[in-house]
Design a protein around this ligand. Structure first.
Ligand SMILES: *Cc1c(COP(=O)(O)O)cnc(C)c1O
Length: 376
């Protein structure tokens, strides 16, 4: 059994993917070919924003957003303490300071009370200027955008939605990657919508930022790539990746999101009495990048992981370490106090196999083994 079986999806749409890849090879336009333009238009339309700019990966997408806003030394950027490293890494890359914020233990997403507290603390200390909140749609679930937007308005902060895992999710009818002033996603193979290599995209309604990002991602180009008006980077999506995504997008939207929801419902119905299962608020829809359960403590969690492995069931710990404890950030000298939930989650979470092509037999087997472990 695989944690996320990408072969089954490929077999389902093999002829379309193969044909589209061959078309790119025949055209020899490997970088920014017409597949890329087609994809950007479809993605913007799907998400319901004016501009989509594709780029090389989800980490660059976040960095490009910060560059477009001119974030740098002296700026404070608020980031959830429980997320993938990139969400905070990019802040340091542009020279700004990541300020970590505790998360909620029910949704895994940024805790707005902790956010208010950290913003006020930065304002009171007066050494850094609060500029941006990066909200992450962790495991596929959109963050609490209504409350987050109010806080951003009140403190005049920009909102960056890290939708690397959230693409496909919704609040009401509004799609993930439309909630930030700028929003980003990743097409890393294991993300909800993945390509066959690295890829990413940036979404915004703002014409000026979109134009700046188009320049930054191709060496700060002016009229063309040999007219350079600012220091940028080389971050483009290649045509073969766009071709793969063009083939996958329709089944992702029309089939896979519904199937993922069905599987999540089965897991939750079967496991809710045994372990802590994910909580999805009313009107929220997850893209189910992960199905993550919580055990009572580290010993039980690690024990379950070993037990499942013996039974041939892979599982993953997303994430082992809260951001403020990462060695790479040690120069900031974060206080380890606070962060009650992120520390607890790092010890108790376990993501179990999840993808839209899991069979009922596999689901049943996984559920039974988790129950057996719990009874033993
Ligand atoms: C995967 C991920 C990223 C980075 O995406 P890459 O395409 O791997 O660079 C950023 N943020 C979060 C929350 C992610 O899960």
């Amino acid at each position: 059994m695989q944690f996320r079986d990408l072969n089954r999806q490929y077999n389902h749409i093999k002829s379309d993917i193969d044909k589209r890849i061959q078309t790119v090879i025949d055209s020899t336009t490997f970088i920014q070919g017409k597949e890329v333009k087609e994809l950007e238009e479809k993605l913007a339309d799907c998400v319901g924003v004016k501009h989509c700019v594709s780029c090389a990966n989800g980490t660059d997408a976040l960095q490009l957003a910060l560059m477009a806003w001119g974030i740098g030394p002296g700026d404070a950027v608020f980031v959830p303490d429980f997320t993938f490293f990139s969400s905070g890494e990019v802040v340091s890359v542009v020279g700004a300071t990541p300020i970590f914020v505790d998360v909620r233990k029910d949704t895994f997403n940024i805790d707005v009370n902790s956010l208010e507290y950290q913003i006020q603390k930065i304002k009171d200390t007066g050494e850094l200027v609060p500029r941006v909140v990066i909200a992450v749609d962790l495991f596929g679930l959109p963050a609490d955008y209504e409350a987050i937007k109010n806080i951003c308005l009140k403190h005049e902060l920009l909102l960056l939605e890290d939708g690397a895992q959230g693409f496909g999710g919704k609040i009401g009818e509004k799609r993930a990657c439309s909630f930030g002033d700028i929003s980003t996603t990743s097409f890393f193979p294991a993300k909800p919508l993945g390509c066959y290599g690295d890829g990413g995209a940036i979404f915004t309604d703002n014409d000026e930022w979109a134009a700046l990002i188009r320049s930054y991602c191709v060496h700060g180009k002016g009229d063309n790539k040999y007219d350079n008006v600012r220091i940028g980077m080389n971050s483009r999506l290649d045509s073969i990746q766009a071709a793969v995504l063009n083939a996958k997008l329709p089944i992702f939207i029309n089939e896979e999101l519904d199937k993922a929801q069905e599987i999540a419902n089965i897991y939750t119905a079967a496991l809710a009495d045994v372990v802590r299962t994910p909580v999805i608020a009313k009107n929220y829809y997850s893209s189910w990048a992960q199905y993550t359960i919580q055990l009572s403590d580290k010993k039980e969690r690690d024990g379950l992981q070993v037990y499942l492995k013996e039974k041939g069931i892979p599982s993953m710990i997303y994430y082992q370490k809260p951001m403020h404890r990462q060695l790479a950030f040690s120069n900031y000298k974060y206080d380890d106090k606070g962060f009650t939930c992120s520390k607890k989650l790092a010890d108790t979470v376990l993501s179990i196999p999840f993808h839209p092509y899991l069979t009922s037999d596999e689901i049943e087997y996984i559920v039974e083994e988790i129950k057996k472990f719990h009874e033993s």
